[in-house]
Write a protein that binds this ligand. Structure first.
Ligand code: GRG
Length: 300
């Protein structure tokens, strides 16, 4: 894989998604409007890497999709992710003051506003998903399935449940199986959902969906291991968020449990398993192969 081609994919995903996020932000500036509308637009306007939109796009294409209308569905997944960052940074969770190179939403506004804004973003994401599905001409059954997958990945069996376990584990020693479960739910579930939703948007058959589920599951865990490594090794400037936060909060991470080198090997092993899942399922996608490599080699 070349880093350059991963950057090109992320740029394409960013172009497709950011126009939708900007349009959604200007609607929210009008309704609910006021300070909450401004704070929603602020959070949606922060510049993330857009890895999840890139996965939606690459999975959609791997399953035969060709329309640029996929941008709405990619934006819906990104909105759920952005909500999770707004809430993750709150004082009652990871308590951080920087995100994506800017003050976190609660620092720029206040805790009550950021809390409200995070909650509002979930139904906003579903609206975006419905608009995106309509643009692609998908029927309501398919929209319902995609919404179910997105919300399940965000909920107690996914992101919320993983965060819950993660907060509860602070200051405690975990074994590897507990750690995998936290990573799979907290971070992996939404990444897996991005892949599955992309495939469903293209009308992918059950075999394609199963392959992208297996691929997404592996890169989801790999992504969080890489995040653990970057938190321990990169600078605040590189990350756009406070480096070394996991050690400060005494979080159980792959680095604290296994050490850096073994954590790196585990990330590579999961990326390789993701590539094998594609090969086993007969899915040919240079973009998905490239993204699997990028996820474990990224520097931010
Ligand atoms: C109610 C318990 C409870 C939880 C609410 C806040 C929350 C739900 C879940 C936290 C989920 C979370 C923030 C997981 C970390 C995922 C992660 C590695 C984020 C960083 O993703 P990047 O690197 O960020 O893609 P950018 O900024 O590039 O988009």
């Amino acid at each position: 894989m070349s880093f350059e081609s991963a950057e090109a994919l992320l740029t394409e995903a960013r172009d497709l998604t950011d126009a939708r996020l900007a349009a959604r932000a200007s609607l929210l500036r009008r309704s609910p409007g006021g300070r909450d509308g401004e704070a929603l637009a602020y959070a949606l306007g922060t510049a993330g890497k857009r890895v999840r939109p890139a996965l939606v796009l690459a999975s959609y294409r791997a399953a035969g999709g060709r329309s640029p209308g996929i941008g709405g569905i990619a934006a819906a997944v990104e909105i759920v992710h952005t909500y999770s960052l707004v809430h993750d940074d709150l004082p009652c969770m990871d308590d951080d003051d920087q995100r994506r190179g800017r003050p976190t939403t609660h620092m720029e506004y206040d805790v009550a506003t950021a809390t409200r804004v995070g909650f509002v973003m979930v139904p906003v994401a579903v609206e975006e998903l419905a608009d995106g599905a309509a643009e692609l001409g998908l029927d309501t059954a398919r929209l319902g399935r995609m919404a179910g997958i997105l919300l399940e990945a965000s909920g107690i069996r996914g992101m919320v449940g993983g965060q819950w376990l993660d907060l509860e584990a602070e200051g405690r020693t975990l074994d590897l199986s507990e750690l995998v479960e936290i990573h799979r739910r907290k971070t992996g579930a939404l990444i897996e959902a991005a892949c599955v939703i992309g495939a469903l948007a293209a009308g992918g058959d059950p075999a394609m969906v199963a392959t992208l589920t297996a691929y997404g599951r592996e890169i989801g865990v790999a992504f969080q291991i890489a995040d653990d490594l970057l938190d321990a090794t990169a600078t605040t400037e590189q990350l756009g968020k406070t480096a070394g936060r996991d050690a400060t909060l005494e979080k159980a991470t792959y680095v604290s449990v296994l050490g850096q080198e073994a954590a790196r090997q585990e990330a590579l092993r999961h990326a390789e398993a993701a590539r094998s899942a594609l090969a086993d399922g007969g899915v040919r996608s240079d973009a998905l192969l490239t993204l699997a490599g990028y996820i474990v080699q990224r520097r931010s």
